[in-house]
Design a protein around this ligand. Structure first.
Ligand code: BG6
Length: 456
């Protein structure tokens, strides 16, 4: 299919580090049509070659610029100038390629999102109900429930819900796509995915990176809005949801929404942190109270999960990059009868850096001694895959090109997750939750133990 991908925010980190590499890979693998074009929108006075030079310098991955020259065109536009959008429309309408699918991708912060989306609608770059064109939003969708609602109402004025793609790139990650298969296609989990068998769930997204060049956005967001509201709550919903009526997009979302409706937090469990050096980052207020680390305990009061703690933990500038979900199972009644150091079973859903699954079991130590040890059944996807594993954004672009929406979030999911975050933030403010400074996650684990009694 001849596809046009127009990227607003094309000089930003996300475009150079994730979007263009993903598009390049899909083109080289012939998963996108050879006639696919990318229009990179920016306000700088670039020619396409200048733009690509600039991108090469900022991209962490090595882009194949000579190859991209065949597909990328730079277009200068001021986001608040309606006439620029009309010029863009003329440019696209008179292009030598007649595009069958048009994707308008807004890789911009929440402050610009509304104006750009309105101008795209008013200039009829995308017309309501025309399913051959769509508009895609990066997270966060809004800054809180009120702003997200306002954006959404505006969007529904100009667009049909079917034309809206709200990105949460975690949903495009291999192991996150795999959660429902692991849960529902394996008999062994059917009776054990319940509060009588599951003791706790840990959802962890640790990062080594700091805020990079995103100070202006990050300082108004913090880890709660940047990571918990989207990625961590989405993972939680996939772990806690009931069996969907079908594996169609809407049925899966219906079940996730039921989880969000039953979600509550334990305010006494909240620990907020800020990495040492954050206040010295360029463009950060010297008295900023923005958190770069969050730990909290939540509960999902459904019959299946009532009483099971869900621990959410995310932070920047930690010693390791690791995204993982750990399901800890209860002890068996027999375990107590043996005078041996038995452990609980744990299922690890490993999302990054290496995707995979592992399950820990108690097993007899081979030989004549009467001893047990913990062994791992380990499946490392990347170790077995031929070639590189696809990046989340490759999957998401492919789905946008073919109009598949399961890996994008629906409005009610966003609405309920903002409601959860807004209430939590208000209570944090009212209860004067302290912000602890940290150097590494060992400091933090000790603080969590000292403040909440939780052994993490
Ligand atoms: C983004 C956040 O959504 O996810 C970033 O805005 C964060 O702050 C990133 O670094 C983490 O994604 P990943 O795929 O590297 O785990």
């Amino acid at each position: 299919m001849k596809t046009l991908i127009t990227i607003f925010g094309s000089t930003g980190d996300l475009t150079s580090r994730k979007l263009l590499p993903a598009i390049e890979k899909l083109l080289k693998d012939h998963l996108l049509d050879e006639d696919t074009k990318v229009i990179a929108i920016g306000r700088r006075d670039f020619q396409t070659d200048d733009y690509l030079d600039y991108i090469t310098k900022t991209a962490k991955t090595s882009l194949d610029i000579e190859y991209l020259k065949r597909h990328v065109e730079y277009f200068k536009l001021e986001v608040n100038e309606l006439s620029d959008y009309q010029n863009l429309k003329n440019y696209i309408d008179n292009h030598e390629i007649t595009f069958e699918r048009k994707i308008f991708y807004l890789a911009v912060g929440p402050d610009l999102l509304k104006e750009i989306a309105i101008n795209i609608g008013v200039s009829e770059l995308v017309t309501k109900g025309d399913l051959s064109s769509s508009i895609t939003f990066e997270k966060p969708f809004g800054q809180d429930l009120a702003s997200a609602k306002e954006i959404n109402q505006m969007l529904w004025r100009y667009y049909d819900e079917k034309q809206l793609y709200r990105i949460d790139h975690y949903l495009g990650k291999e192991m996150i796509q795999n959660i429902l298969t692991v849960r529902f296609a394996n008999k062994i989990f059917e009776n054990s995915w319940h509060n009588h068998a599951i003791k706790s769930v840990k959802i962890i997204a640790k990062e080594t990176e700091t805020i990079l060049s995103r100070a202006l956005y990050y300082d108004t967001a913090g880890a709660m809005k940047d990571m918990i509201q989207s990625h961590l709550l989405q993972m939680l919903a996939l772990i806690a949801m009931e069996v969907p009526k079908s594996y169609q997009s809407e049925d899966i979302k219906d079940e996730k929404v039921k989880v969000f409706k039953k979600l509550r937090y334990d305010i006494d469990s909240v620990v907020l942190g800020q990495y040492e050096g954050y206040l010295d980052e360029p463009h950060i207020n010297k008295d900023s109270k923005t958190e770069t680390f969050v730990f909290l305990k939540a509960f999902c009061d459904t019959p299946r999960f009532k009483g099971v703690p869900f621990y959410l933990l995310t932070g920047k500038a930690l010693e390791e990059k690791e995204s993982v979900i750990i399901i800890e199972f209860e002890e068996t009644p027999e375990q107590h009868k043996w005078d041996l150091p038995l452990k609980t079973n744990k299922l690890y859903i490993k999302i990054a850096p290496l995707d995979g699954i592992s399950l820990t079991l108690n097993s007899k130590v081979p030989g004549l001694r009467n001893a047990v040890e913990q062994v791992d059944l380990d499946y490392c996807i990347a170790c077995n895959a031929v070639g590189n594993m696809p990046e989340a954004y490759e999957k998401l672009f492919l789905d946008m090109a073919f109009g598949h929406k399961s890996l994008f979030t629906r409005w009610d999911e966003i609405e309920l997750s903002w409601k959860f975050i807004d209430e939590l933030r208000k209570e944090i403010k009212d209860s004067n939750t302290k912000l602890v400074q940290y150097k590494n996650h060992h400091d933090l684990y000790q603080t969590i133990k000292a403040l909440t009694g939780e052994d993490f």
